[in-house]
Ligand binder design. Sequence first.
Ligand SMILES: *[C@@H]1O[C@H](CO)[C@@H](O)[C@H](O)[C@H]1NC(C)=O
Ligand SMILES: *[C@@H]1O[C@H](CO)[C@@H](O)[C@H](O)[C@H]1NC(C)=O
Ligand SMILES: *[C@@H]1O[C@H](CO)[C@@H](O)[C@H](O)[C@H]1NC(C)=O
Ligand SMILES: *[C@@H]1O[C@H](CO)[C@@H](O)[C@H](O)[C@H]1NC(C)=O
Ligand SMILES: *[C@@H]1O[C@H](CO)[C@@H](O)[C@H](O)[C@H]1NC(C)=O
Ligand SMILES: *[C@@H]1O[C@H](CO)[C@@H](O)[C@H](O)[C@H]1NC(C)=O
Ligand SMILES: *[C@@H]1O[C@H](CO)[C@@H](O)[C@H](O)[C@H]1NC(C)=O
Ligand SMILES: *[C@@H]1O[C@H](CO)[C@@H](O)[C@H](O)[C@H]1NC(C)=O
Ligand SMILES: *[C@@H]1O[C@H](CO)[C@@H](O)[C@H](O)[C@H]1NC(C)=O
Ligand SMILES: *[C@@H]1O[C@H](CO)[C@@H](O)[C@H](O)[C@H]1NC(C)=O
Ligand SMILES: *[C@@H]1O[C@H](CO)[C@@H](O)[C@H](O)[C@H]1NC(C)=O
Ligand SMILES: *[C@@H]1O[C@H](CO)[C@@H](O)[C@H](O)[C@H]1NC(C)=O
Length: 584
Amino acid sequence: MHQIIALIVSFIICHVVALGEANFSTLLNQTSTNLTTLNDTLDVAIRTQRDISRPVPLDQLAVTGMSLTNMFLNDDYSSDGISSLRDLLDSGMQAIMVDLYWNEFTSVWQLCPAPFPQNVTHNPTDKVNVTWNNVTYTCQVGFTTDNIMSIIKSYLDASNTDFEANFLHLLFNLKSIHYDKSNLTTSLENIYRPNSHSNIVGNSTLNATISPIASYIFTPQVLQDYRSQILSSSSSYASFYNQSSLDMPTLETVLFSQYKRMLVNVLSDELVPSPRVYSITDTDREYIFFNTTLPTSIRTARDAEPYCQNLLSLNHNLSTYNNLSLATLFDYVVDSGDDQFSPNKVQSFLRCGLLPIFNGTSYKIGDQGVSEVEDLFETFTPYLFWSWRAGEPRLWTNSTKDLSTDDNLDSGASYRCVVLTADGWKVDDCYQKYQIACQNKTEPNDWCIPRDVEQTYFDVNRGHCPDGFNFSLPRSSTEMLALMTAVKNQHAEYPIWIDLNDITIPDCFVSGGPYAQCPYQKTVTTTKFVRMIAPASVVCIIVLIAVLLEKLLRTNHIQSNRKRYWKKALAEYYSKNDYEGVPS
Ligand SMILES: *[C@@H]1O[C@H](CO)[C@@H](O)[C@H](O)[C@H]1NC(C)=O
Ligand SMILES: *[C@@H]1O[C@H](CO)[C@@H](O)[C@H](O)[C@H]1NC(C)=O
Ligand SMILES: *[C@@H]1O[C@H](CO)[C@@H](O)[C@H](O)[C@H]1NC(C)=O
Ligand SMILES: *[C@@H]1O[C@H](CO)[C@@H](O)[C@H](O)[C@H]1NC(C)=O
Ligand SMILES: *[C@@H]1O[C@H](CO)[C@@H](O)[C@H](O)[C@H]1NC(C)=O
Ligand SMILES: *[C@@H]1O[C@H](CO)[C@@H](O)[C@H](O)[C@H]1NC(C)=O
Ligand SMILES: *[C@@H]1O[C@H](CO)[C@@H](O)[C@H](O)[C@H]1NC(C)=O
Ligand SMILES: *[C@@H]1O[C@H](CO)[C@@H](O)[C@H](O)[C@H]1NC(C)=O
Ligand SMILES: *[C@@H]1O[C@H](CO)[C@@H](O)[C@H](O)[C@H]1NC(C)=O
Ligand SMILES: *[C@@H]1O[C@H](CO)[C@@H](O)[C@H](O)[C@H]1NC(C)=O
Ligand SMILES: *[C@@H]1O[C@H](CO)[C@@H](O)[C@H](O)[C@H]1NC(C)=O
Ligand SMILES: *[C@@H]1O[C@H](CO)[C@@H](O)[C@H](O)[C@H]1NC(C)=O
């Protein structure tokens, strides 16, 4: 009896092991659908950047976002207009900027910048042309913030796993559909004010607007609770960031211990004072950040450029970088029609620690103007990382091996370690001898590149860095700027090894030397893994049954059997993949 169960369990675990070691992107495929994104490189790049930034405070994470206004203007204010929103989120877009209009006639928040005459239509799916302040917009009558929230919510639900979770910014610009009440405007009121036939859709408070995603929101209260109980940390890395006068929790804390996925931040409040204006309530302030509760800066692309060029000149000293690392500020840069982002500009801004928000309606790519969001992002996505160089990490797994133009078929096998180049990170051959990046244990912006040390990735050891320094990698854009400055000042030569590799499991980049384990491999037989692959997977059901069986019928016999099985499966995996010379 026990043997049979053991057999079944072994068989299932075998499948799990196989799955766990399969390319992660295969797993991702099952959870996401159709994207521009189903590009393995992109998936791995996004996850790697997230994972290495886990110990970094939230405000230090440079991510990219998009204004919905430009999607609406290209299409119209309707559910068609935001049809690509889900794809954008899946492809790593982490901020969404929305203009919310307070309609003074109806007292609801709406997305359409013009009020609807109450006699236009009673069918919520109809699109109508409406005019306000001499501008005509095409708006769907029943299209509300709820449509946006439900897309965001479905994305958050689907990606709420250790493997995929990331942190989003929902940014609001508050505006008014305003009129002055007077004898002259009574006719306006007659047109736009609700009457017995009107069926007003929309929410009348900000709180109601965001309520569909309320459980995911990193609220001012969560932040305050965190600040009131910061414990002195045992890690010297954390102690450095805790010197900040205004502490922010790390990505790790927010995602994996507070279980929050997004913050809602009012970037601008252009509500026109009026007796009918919306007044922000205390309940709103419980969920939403305003400029008084979250230090925020908004730059135009034009203003940001000289600032960023100056930083990228790498002429600064340690204290400049420390000030940047310890200044708590969400520093957004928003472009516009006449001063647009280009791929290189966006990447520069990210390197400077800014959060670029696309707000143009059409972008020039090559000789062409592009306004389709998908086309736009196909061009831009490789550049949306402060860490990776465009097109990296090159994946040497089975599916892409044929891309290698080298004569030597096995050339990919040792391309599992990461170097810093002048343009960002790049996968390189672990057996190459390069200089190495050593980071001060107590001051992450202090780097040393030992002059006479050139080692293969495998041979780097503790002795190669000076006392107080570790072979390491930059975990934020500022740490990377500081490292690049050190490279310049210490006359080191790119490429330089940083501590990042995917030796143990292909496409799972980890730091901690060649022995570092992939964190997703460890959880492989737990329910976490089940969650990881849960959506749309038959395997998940089998694993669930296995886990249940194991729990119900657990005996020492099965336990030991399982361990042996694991060892064998892993050994087979390594021999199959021919990791010759790689210590194991
Ligand atoms: C993953 O998705 C891509 C693009 O849709 C598809 O070509 C590929 O066959 C999928 N792979 C698996 C294993 O489903
Ligand atoms: C996938 O994308 C194509 C083209 O962009 C579109 O025609 C198709 O309907 C999409 N399929 C799904 C399932 O979203
Ligand atoms: C709605 O009312 C306005 C003003 O009363 C009028 O000009 C317009 O023709 C009406 N539209 C419809 C579709 O009835
Ligand atoms: C709205 O205006 C556009 C352009 O002026 C026109 O093509 C479209 O048919 C109009 N839509 C409706 C519903 O009237
Ligand atoms: C709309 O246009 C008319 C004529 O072109 C002009 O007189 C009026 O001031 C404009 N109104 C606004 C709000 O711009
Ligand atoms: C508005 O109408 C009221 C009475 O109908 C009148 O007393 C008042 O002077 C009018 N105001 C203006 C600005 O016309
Ligand atoms: C917000 O508005 C939508 C659309 O009118 C409605 O379905 C929803 O119930 C409202 N939410 C709240 C909390 O009032
Ligand atoms: C505000 O939204 C939250 C979350 O949806 C809800 O629990 C709370 O009751 C709302 N407060 C008010 C005053 O509407
Ligand atoms: C916050 O925004 C309000 C309204 O936009 C403005 O009056 C105020 O000066 C801002 N406060 C800070 C600290 O930026
Ligand atoms: C976004 O672009 C629009 C149109 O170009 C502009 O009016 C608006 O001010 C921009 N938003 C921000 C926050 O700069
Ligand atoms: C995936 O994205 C990289 C850049 O990130 C690009 O170089 C590569 O061509 C893309 N691959 C596919 C199959 O689209
Ligand atoms: C990739 O894997 C398939 C089946 O798993 C195998 O037939 C093929 O030879 C492999 N290709 C390379 C280049 O390793």
